[in-house]
Design a protein around this ligand. Structure first.
Ligand code: SAM
Length: 280
């Protein structure tokens, strides 16, 4: 059997694998495949969300840059991320509280059962975790809580995730961030989804004084470099020194397989085609 990703009308990724679970949830079509090369894979509405084999690249690059660029993060909000990968990485930091707001409880249930290495116990034992099943856009509009870092780990702007890609959403994130707060999100493939990076860079620039771009290649997110945007209220993430980042990295004794202080800076170096493209 083959798993075919159907995110693009004219480009398909095929991976040999076996369908081991599927469910039509109130929000999306949820499938789990067991593949030879990438291990188990979570698919939502035909789009590869994460695989056991290469998830570490994405989850480390979404989590550690903002949490190490911030001088002392204590309260973190994660939106989406029902597979648990971001939560696992956030809990490696000396934070006090992390809220995870996921709209579809079925994603958490299926991920706990079929992809346990992603959450690595984050959904159970750690008292710092608070799981909320809700629409992240609604939560951020209503919450009275304040956060030092907000991590948006949403799918592409389809279905329930569309509301997580608007100026209003970024304005609401800005208002729940503490004064040195930062927010990060993935903004898709720089080759196959160039508009996603351009549009969200422009939207975030209208809300945040500082917006920085980072790149990483994640094999099952086809289309070359995948992009991440960090919006920051007070601190320019690109001006936080290598010494500071590496001191914080060492102090935490962070165990990572992709991220490190060199990658933290190397990932901000943009190829020429991207510089003009995002209005840099
Ligand atoms: N890493 C993946 C990617 O880059 O596409 C995303 C992983 S995670 C599985 C995405 C999660 O966002 C899904 O579990 C989905 O249910 C959740 N989600 C979608 N829209 C949401 C919303 N409005 N509020 C909260 N969670 C949402």
């Amino acid at each position: 059997m083959w798993l075919y990703e159907t995110l693009y009308p004219d480009v398909k990724l095929g991976i040999r694998g076996k369908l081991i679970y599927k469910k039509k949830t109130p929000y999306q079509d949820l499938r789990i495949y067991d593949t030879r090369r990438f291990g188990k894979a979570l698919i939502l509405d035909g789009t590869i969300q994460t695989t056991e084999r290469d998830e570490f690249i994405y989850h480390e690059m979404l989590t550690h840059p903002p949490l190490l660029a911030h001088p002392g993060p204590e309260r973190v909000l994660v939106i989406g991320a029902g597979d648990g990968g971001v939560l696992r990485e956030v809990l490696k930091h000396a934070i006090k509280k992390v809220y995870l707001v996921e709209i579809d409880n079925e994603v958490i249930r299926a991920s706990k059962r079929y992809l346990p290495s992603l959450n690595n116990g984050a959904f159970g034992r750690d008292k710092r975790v608070k799981i909320i099943i809700d629409d992240g856009a609604k939560f951020i509009q209503e919450t009275k809580e304040r956060f030092d870092v907000v991590i948006v780990d949403s799918p592409d702007p389809l279905g329930a995730a569309k509301v997580l890609f608007s100026r209003k959403f970024y304005r609401n994130i800005f208002s729940v961030l503490s004064d040195k707060g930062m927010a990060v999100r993935q903004t898709g493939s720089t080759i196959l989804q160039p508009e996603e990076l351009r549009q969200n860079y422009r939207l975030m620039k209208q809300v945040f004084p500082y917006v920085s771009v980072q790149l990483a290649a994640i094999p099952t997110y086809i289309g070359g470099f995948f992009s991440f945007l960090i919006g920051s209220k007070k601190i320019n993430p690109e001006k936080v020194s290598y010494e500071k980042i590496s001191k914080r990295y060492r102090k935490l004794k962070l165990k990572t397989k992709y991220y490190n202080p060199d990658i933290h800076f190397a990932s901000t170096k943009l190829p020429t085609y991207l510089r003009g493209g995002i209005g840099k």
